[in-house]
Ligand binder design. Structure first.
Ligand code: SAM
Length: 798
């Protein structure tokens, strides 16, 4: 990007920076004229799109080398390392029908299956064997390993069939004898267990998704301040599932490229699959592989295969082979989908290099192209997608980047479709609008992250105090654009909650919403999380709009206390702020200003010692209050504090407390560190407002440290203090409170406070069902384990 930027003359940069929707076509024509003639630009495009230079090409030599390294690791007993080498070998092995060496790929699958069998990954082992069998139905070793995997899974009937099949295909007599031995052992075990088996299907049933019916009507209406928005003509009760939707297009984020499926965004299992044509995407299953790549895995049984099988094998065995191959192939209903990654892997690596937003725009464009847009006009989506783009509000430097990326993307896509991208400004301007639409409307697909301690907890049969010692974290795994989802506006005090199962968006009401009232979700910032000023800045920077939500047009209690100091008067709960809020002179949103602006409160009003929320209300709603209060004065009684020195000492106290987080300290935190932290906490309490978020964070950090050193009673106290503050900032039914309750309940369960824990678990369940309904178990890591523990305790108490 920087190379191309440097090639653009300064006057053109200025013209682009000042461009508006009206002048976009002209600025695009100018950049096309300027770049297309430059040899350096042609070289950059060549590097990105020339298959000969691509870094993502398959290579049988590399696959062979990796397979051998896998064999070496297997021989020395390092099965995890072997698994990783075999996976990399599969990544590089050519797999398209024309060039695939089927027996080579089948061997790697079986070798990987053997490593997984050794590691106890039994289902994954059986799956890899089935993949090998699809490629090479008469491969005796694949049947043998599948039989052994099924036997370990106690699927004895199938295991016996697999081993019989293997025996009938095995050429060597020593090999046949070995299989015979295994077979007789499994048969005798099978008869001794009376044929009890747990089939894979039985286990998979547990994962069935719960589908809720919902018939909420949604309508898109024009709003005075936020463009279009969504409402319902009916009253909506809390916790109603309002909407579910598949994305128009989606892409995995760069940080998750090696860990999460590039189609559904779930973490990949040990038997990870790869793109058949290039080495970039990874998939969790054949289904995702086909949806993204658009090609069938392996090959289907041909007529001559069937003939040969029937000729060479007994009818029973031939039937078992055909059923296995067909069930591995025909597991999913094949519907025509436009492959998401199909147009990207023609031997070029631009999808791995360009920013996520730009590649996502390319995906949307390719979908429109493949949906039968025969005109060859690849600039259609910008016109067709009816989404906001906010082009005029975008900062000048971002406009320049958009121009460059639009030109680069058009060359990349052009290479795959062998189209002549119209080298006119209008086409490029449509692409710019499409990328801007993606920036404004795409959503971050997120997952709740389980922490390391939680994993340990899951494995142990009894609850451990370290189970939920850290907060659950939301991590972004993908970026996706949804047709209806994009019409919901943002609120810092949302009344609906968005979450994702795989890549499907779900929207659920978190409170009662009357008919025709705006249904709004949060694009990120929320009241309680940051103060008004920070929220507004973030939305402006990330989405280029000035937030007009209910949380930003009325000053809330949370905004007045979140970063506040406490009043120096011991009996006053007033708040001392570093900045001053005032209402805009025009009837409109709250403006936030720095120290120079005055608060509109008269001294008599201040002297009445109003509560914080009353003061907040008057501050903005009573036109006659006059401003004479500088920052540093209590909003209730007017008393003064020196904020400069308080800020410095507050930061120093936080640093002392944060030292407890150092992972090197683990459970051996020296006493002096804890006593320093406790002194700092008590200092913070003396200067910060009792509802300040900084105090909540300090309480939380100390609670976690107390758990590490086994001081569970103290941990409970600090955790409770933190929750009390968070309730003031977010409200009592916010999802943040549920996460904290999860931690508190788990400590209480361990420290013997079982009835208090059960109460907290009941509260947490109520909040989770508001936000996630029956999907809570699928979303919140380890919730099931906590529920099991609570159930057994409830039974003990009863
Ligand atoms: C995802 S779109 C939502 C639908 C959009 N209002 C429309 O007409 O297409 C996001 C855009 O809606 C507007 N918007 C959403 N929430 C807003 C808010 N709280 N305040 C002001 N504008 C908002 C902004 O223009 C923003 O860039």
């Amino acid at each position: 990007m920087e190379t191309i930027k440097s090639l653009i003359p300064d006057d053109l940069k200025r013209k682009i920076g000042e461009s508006t929707l009206e002048t976009l076509t002209t600025s695009c024509s100018s950049i096309l004229d300027s770049l297309s003639t430059l040899p350096q630009f042609r070289r950059v495009i060549g590097d990105l799109t020339d298959p000969e230079l691509a870094l993502c090409r398959k290579s049988k030599e590399k696959a062979l080398d990796l397979k051998q390294q896998g064999n070496a690791s297997f021989s020395k007993g390092d099965y995890a390392e072997a698994l990783s080498f075999y996976s990399q070998a599969l990544r590089y092995a050519p797999m398209t029908e024309q060039v695939m060496d089927e027996s080579f790929v089948a061997t790697i699958y079986v070798n990987r299956a053997s490593s997984m069998h050794k590691m106890g990954l039994l289902q994954e082992c059986v799956q890899d064997c089935s993949r090998a069998i699809v490629l090479s139905p008469v491969y005796a070793k694949a049947w043998y390993r599948r039989g052994m995997g099924n036997a370990s899974l106690k699927n004895y009937v199938t295991a016996i069939r697999d081993l019989e099949t293997s025996m009938s295909m095995e050429g060597s007599s020593s090999g046949k004898n070995k299989i015979k031995e295994e077979l007789s052992m499994i048969m005798s075990y099978f008869s001794s267990t009376n044929g009890i088996s747990s089939s894979l299907n039985d286990q998979l049933k547990n994962f069935a998704d719960i589908d809720e019916l919902h018939d909420t009507k949604l309508e898109c209406v024009a709003t005075p301040l936020k463009g279009r928005g969504m409402v319902s003509p009916n009253d909506i009760p809390p916790a109603s599932l309002l909407h579910s939707e598949e994305p128009l297009s989606a892409i995995v984020v760069k940080s998750c490229r090696e860990t999460h499926c590039h189609f559904c965004f779930n973490e990949v299992p040990a038997d990870v699959l790869f793109c058949l044509s290039c080495t970039i995407p990874i998939y969790c299953s054949q289904y995702c592989q086909e949806q993204a790549g658009g090609r069938q895995f392996g090959r289907r049984l041909q007529n001559q295969d069937v003939y040969l099988l029937q000729k060479n094998l007994s009818p029973d065995i031939a039937k078992h082979v055909m059923e296995t191959v067909l069930s591995s192939h025909g597991k999913y209903e094949v519907e025509y989908v436009i492959p998401e990654h199909g147009h990207e892997c023609g031997g070029a690596h631009w999808p791995a290099v360009l920013p996520t937003d730009v590649v996502l725009a390319g995906r949307v464009m390719a979908k429109f192209k493949e949906k039968g847009n025969s005109s060859g006009d690849i600039s259609m989506p910008g016109k067709t997608l009816d989404f906001a783009h906010n082009y005029n509000q975008i900062p000048p430097d971002s406009k320049l980047e958009l121009h460059i990326y639009a030109v680069v993307l058009s060359y990349c896509i052009q290479q795959y479709y062998a189209l002549d991208f119209p080298s006119v400004g209008h086409a490029a301007s449509q692409l710019i609008l499409l990328i801007s639409q993606i920036k404004v409307n795409s959503m971050a697909v997120v997952r709740m992250k389980a922490l390391d301690e939680c994993e340990a907890f899951n494995k142990s049969s009894r609850l451990s105090a370290t189970a939920f010692t850290s907060n659950l974290e939301q991590v972004q795994v993908g970026q996706a654009i949804y047709s209806t989802g994009s019409l919901f506006n943002h609120s810092c005090q949302p009344n609906i909650h968005a979450y994702f199962l795989s890549r499907t968006l779900h929207l659920r009401s978190t409170e009662f919403v009357p008919a025709w009232y705006p249904l709004e979700l949060s694009y990120g910032p929320q009241v309680g999380q940051q103060c008004l000023k920070e929220r507004k800045e973030l939305l402006k920077e990330r989405y280029s709009f000035n937030c007009q939500c209910r949380g930003c047009s009325e000053l809330t209690l949370s905004d007045l206390v979140i970063n506040a100091f406490r009043c120096p008067q011991p009996d006053c709960l007033g708040t001392v702020l570093e900045m001053v809020y005032h209402k805009d002179s025009k009837e409109g949103p709250v403006q936030v200003s720095g120290a120079s602006l005055r608060c509109k409160l008269s001294l008599p009003v201040l002297q009445q010692k109003k509560g914080v929320s009353e003061v907040a209300y008057m501050l903005l709603h009573e036109a006659n209050v006059i401003s004479h209060s500088d920052p540093g004065h209590c909003l209730s009684c007017g008393s003064y504090r020196d904020l400069d020195s308080l800020s410095t000492s507050s930061k120093a106290a936080m640093i002392a407390i944060e030292k407890l987080k150092d992972p090197k300290l683990s459970d051996k935190a020296p006493c002096s560190l804890m006593s320093d932290a406790l002194k700092s906490l008590s200092f913070l309490r003396s200067i910060r407002h009792p509802y300040s978020k900084i105090v909540a964070q300090a309480e939380d950090t100390i609670a976690e440290a107390c758990i590490k050193i086994g001081e569970l009673e103290h941990a409970v106290q600090h955790c409770k203090e933190s929750i009390k503050i968070l309730e003031k900032l977010y409200g009592t039914s916010h999802i943040v409170i549920a996460h904290e309750l999860m931690k508190l309940a788990s400590i209480q369960l361990t420290s013997g406070g079982s009835s208090a824990a059960l109460c907290n678990i009941a509260r947490l369940e109520a909040i989770l069902s508001l936000y996630y309904g029956p999907h809570a178990t699928a979303i919140i890591p380890n919730l099931d384990a906590l529920r099991r523990e609570a159930d057994s305790l409830a039974a003990d108490i009863a």
